[in-house]
Design a protein around this ligand. Structure first.
Ligand code: FNR
Length: 183
């Protein structure tokens, strides 16, 4: 049986590089992992007024997290932080207070950018946000993918060998992290 990993894509853009990276990771993952590539389209804005009777989309997202064996974030950087859709989903998953659906889940963070800095600030912000509400975060290897703009062909297949090598190394390490924390 493979461990089920909710792979959260931080961009809802149709041609998102983050989505393409998540799809590439799903193919590169060892047999011990099944990556459930999850876009955040349709998750309602978090609003404390709705907490007594949460929208169905919040409940479905929380349920998916709770049933998973781990969480992997693949995100771009917006204005030196994470995109709003991703912060909103984290807020939704973190509630009710003290009952975060991310709690205890082995977690991985991958940032990316077509630019030179690989979205490192977004990854660092996730490192600040998650510890109070998530499980253990894989610390090494760190992965900030730069220059992703020419990494995929028109069908969305990964064609940049250097990127494929880095993703393979990361997902292998992440599989060991997930296994270590699901015993
Ligand atoms: C960006 N982009 C960007 N890139 C970066 O490296 N650092 C940044 O701070 C920002 N800021 C930023 C803000 C906003 C509002 C947008 C729309 C874009 C560029 C970003 O990396 C690029 O658009 C990616 O292609 C977005 O990721 P997806 O949608 O391809 O996954």
């Amino acid at each position: 049986m493979a461990y089920n990993i909710v792979t959260i894509v931080g961009s809802i853009r149709k041609q998102s590089f983050s989505l393409k990276i998540a799809n590439a990771l799903a193919k590169l993952a060892p047999d011990t992992l099944k990556l459930d590539v999850t876009t955040l389209q349709g998750i309602s804005f978090f609003n404390q007024d709705l907490e007594a009777a949460p929208p169905a989309d919040w409940l479905a997202f929380r349920d998916k997290l709770q049933k998973s064996n781990g969480v992997l974030f693949v995100t771009p950087e917006y204005n030196r932080s994470i995109p709003g859709v991703l912060k909103n989903a984290i807020d939704v998953g973190s509630r009710p207070y003290g009952k975060s659906s991310f709690n205890g889940k082995p977690t991985g963070i991958i940032s990316n950018s077509p630019g030179p800095l690989g979205g490192v600030s977004a990854a660092k912000h996730l490192q600040n946000i998650l510890p109070g509400i998530s499980g253990p975060i894989l610390q090494q290897p760190e992965i900030y993918l730069n220059g992703v703009g020419d990494a995929f062909d028109e069908q969305g297949a990964l064609v940049k060998e250097a990127l494929k090598t880095v993703l393979q190394q990361y997902i292998t390490a992440f599989a060991a992290h997930v296994e270590a924390h699901n015993r």
